[in-house]
Design a protein around this ligand. Structure first.
Ligand SMILES: Cc1cc2nc3c(=O)[nH]c(=O)nc-3n(C[C@H](O)[C@H](O)[C@H](O)COP(=O)(O)OP(=O)(O)OC[C@H]3O[C@@H](n4cnc5c(N)ncnc54)[C@H](O)[C@@H]3O)c2cc1C
Length: 311
């Protein structure tokens, strides 16, 4: 309930202005975001890799309706991948990138899907040159079909392009079936956006059951599943089902967000699992921050404490 209220409130211009302008917001952002610049994210990537973790980097931004902005975001990814490659951080996919289709043009009024497809192809070419991969983030339910079409199109040239499936959508077990083929990289998460009840489960237990169902489909298939969750029960279920499906520890991975359950990330990696941390950077962090607050209202307490400590 609170989650839905927060996601709805975040669309208000006034709420946006208040959160962006509040000085204490910076403390909260610093917990979840590597910093404003590529230098910041390269430093964090180096540190995480030194701890035995893999990384996926997100250049923050979404919902752009400006072709120039979509091109600028694409350029930033291409530059970042060049720097990752030059620094030796990208080899064997140790650091890859995550891209939101609406950040690179999907929402443009004219030729949005075509532009996003072209921009994602450019990013995939840069990733391939650096020795790594790209994963398409999944945004709200109205973008799923277009995102999967872009995936299919770009995979013809770059078959290691991955995507995200969200277990809160009722359609997702079927999408997992369709994507459980050899070479397919699928990140499974619960879903961080609001969605109408016809399209999505509203109840946590149903979302978790759907996650377990999708997880089984992916592990029994031939692709490379990436379990993006901090939920201890689902992490255990994934580990147990992987063993039951005869999967080796290098044939799937766990993924968690930067700043969330870091000790658990290290524990899993220390036990021999592949663990990837999703690290955002850039100054367009508003939408990302609101989703982190909405999925865990306790984070609002952290927010409140920062406020109180500033007087
Ligand atoms: C690598 C990665 C990529 C993602 N990509 C997408 C995407 O493309 N599209 C999309 O819709 N969603 C994406 N998400 C977000 C995801 O859908 C969930 O909203 C988010 O992961 C919280 O769900 P959970 O599975 O961790 O379980 P929850 O039941 O929400 O949380 C389980 C436990 O994790 C901890 N936790 C969870 N969230 C937080 C938080 N914000 N702050 C502090 N602790 C927390 C708490 O201990 C909590 O009890 C991604 C998540 C990850 C990890």
């Amino acid at each position: 309930m609170l989650r839905r209220v927060l996601l709805a409130a975040s669309a208000s211009k006034r709420v946006h202005q208040i959160i962006m302008a509040a000085p204490f917001t910076r403390d909260v952002v610093a917990r979840f975001v590597a910093g404003d610049t590529a230098d910041d994210v390269l430093r964090v990537t180096q540190r995480l890799q030194a701890d035995g973790l893999l990384v996926t980097i997100d250049y923050l931004g979404e919902d752009t309706v400006d072709p120039g902005q979509a091109a600028a975001v694409t350029d930033e990814y291409v530059r970042l991948l060049g720097r990752l490659g030059a620094a030796g951080l990208a080899s064997d996919g140790r650091a890859e990138v995550s891209v939101k289709p609406t950040a690179v043009g999907l929402d443009l009024r004219e030729h949005g899907e075509k532009t996003a497809t072209e921009n994602i192809t450019r990013i995939c070419a840069a990733a391939s040159a650096a020795g790594t991969t790209v994963t398409l983030d999944m945004e709200d339910h109205s973008r799923v079909d277009a995102t999967l079409r872009i995936l299919a199109q770009v995979r013809q040239e770059f078959p290691d392009l991955g995507c995200v499936i969200q277990s809160y959508l009722r359609r997702s077990p079927e999408d997992c079936e369709a994507l459980a083929f050899a070479g397919s990289r699928v990140r499974l998460c619960k879903g961080a956006y609001g969605a109408p009840e016809g399209a999505a489960f509203a109840n946590r237990a149903e979302i978790d059951r759907s996650y377990a169902r999708c997880l089984r489909v992916l592990l029994n298939g031939e692709g490379y599943p990436m379990f993006a969750t901090h939920d201890p029960r689902l992490v255990d279920i994934a580990g147990g089902r992987a063993v039951a499906a005869g999967r080796s520890p290098v044939s799937f991975e766990y993924q968690m967000l930067y700043g969330i359950r870091p000790a658990e990330q290290l524990r899993l990696a220390g036990g021999g699992a592949r663990v990837r941390v999703y690290v955002p950077y850039g100054n367009d962090w508003y939408g990302y921050l609101v989703r982190r607050l909405a999925e865990r209202p306790a984070n609002l307490v952290f927010f409140g404490r920062s406020l109180a400590s500033r007087g």
